[in-house]
Ligand binder design. Structure first.
Ligand SMILES: C[S@@+](CC[C@H](N)C(=O)[O-])C[C@H]1O[C@@H](n2cnc3c(N)ncnc32)[C@H](O)[C@@H]1O
Length: 241
């Protein structure tokens, strides 16, 4: 059997520092380690936007801005802001946005997902991909997402989860605990970052447990949309009108 994960003692500052160090290889590693599924997962997350034009959206823990770009590519977003605490990740995101000619519509800036530097009720949608697990204070981040959403606005959360099928789960845990830290460490040159990844994925609430957190934070109609056998899940909830 795969061995059990250890609890991680990473502080928020250590987490941002870790992303600062691996920023130059982050996109490539994401695609390699997920067998390019991450691209489809972000696209599907974006498809959970409301079917309305000219939306104003906020992507938290935006990193190199891939989800923000996917949201814009739906054609339903007029203006988008991406926030992160790692300046190196944002730098790579800015280059990408510029290369795609999206600078008029998308802007990146530093900002903490657990203390969003924005007034209440200004966004049609607030998203976070592979970030809610990293912010340290999950419930604060959910409450902050709710605060900055307009009434009826949507929160879209993409996060790793654990497959429920026992055979798939066994194979996935072997990959997560033994292969991923080695390959990730080798390519990024930072094995600590990829040991952190596998520990946090296993310890983080998923499925019904995460939906309960959303309900407790005040979201209406929370749903889970598991993708690729439940290796990741998209969670969606609405701010009460
Ligand atoms: C795994 S990356 C995800 C990046 C991107 N959303 C994606 O889909 O690839 C996690 C990001 O969360 C950021 N982060 C961690 N804690 C944060 C916080 N409290 N506020 C904002 N960003 C944070 C990290 O700097 C990092 O860029």
């Amino acid at each position: 059997m795969p061995d059990t994960p250890q609890r991680t003692s990473a502080t928020p500052r250590r987490v941002w520092g870790m992303f600062d160090r691996i920023a130059h290889r982050y996109d490539m590693l994401n695609h390699v380690l997920s067998f390019r599924r991450d691209i489809a997962w972000r696209k599907r997350t974006a498809s959970h936007l409301a079917d309305a034009p000219d939306q104003v959206v906020l992507d938290l823990a935006t990193g190199t801005a891939d989800l923000l770009i996917a949201l814009h590519e739906t054609g339903r977003v007029k203006q988008g802001v991406g926030m992160d605490m790692s300046s190196n990740m944002l730098l790579h995101g800015e280059r990408k946005i510029e290369a795609l000619g999206m600078t008029g519509a998308l802007a990146l800036r530093e900002g903490d997902a657990t203390e969003i530097p924005e007034p209440a009720a200004v966004y049609d949608a607030v998203s976070i991909a592979f970030g809610i697990r990293n912010v340290g204070k999950t419930e604060e981040a959910l409450r902050e997402m709710l605060r900055v959403l307009k009434p009826g606005g949507r929160a879209l959360i993409l996060e790793f989860s654990i497959p429920s099928n026992p055979i798939v789960r066994f194979g996935y845990l072997v990959y997560l605990r033994h292969l991923l830290p080695r390959v990730g460490g080798l390519i990024s040159g930072d094995s600590e970052a990829y040991r952190y990844l596998n520990r946090t994925i296993e310890l983080f609430p998923h499925g019904d447990a995460f939906l309960s957190l959303m309900r407790r934070a005040g979201f209406d109609n929370p749903i889970a949309d598991p993708v690729t056998f439940g290796v990741a899940s998209i969670y969606r909830g609405e701010k009460p009108r």
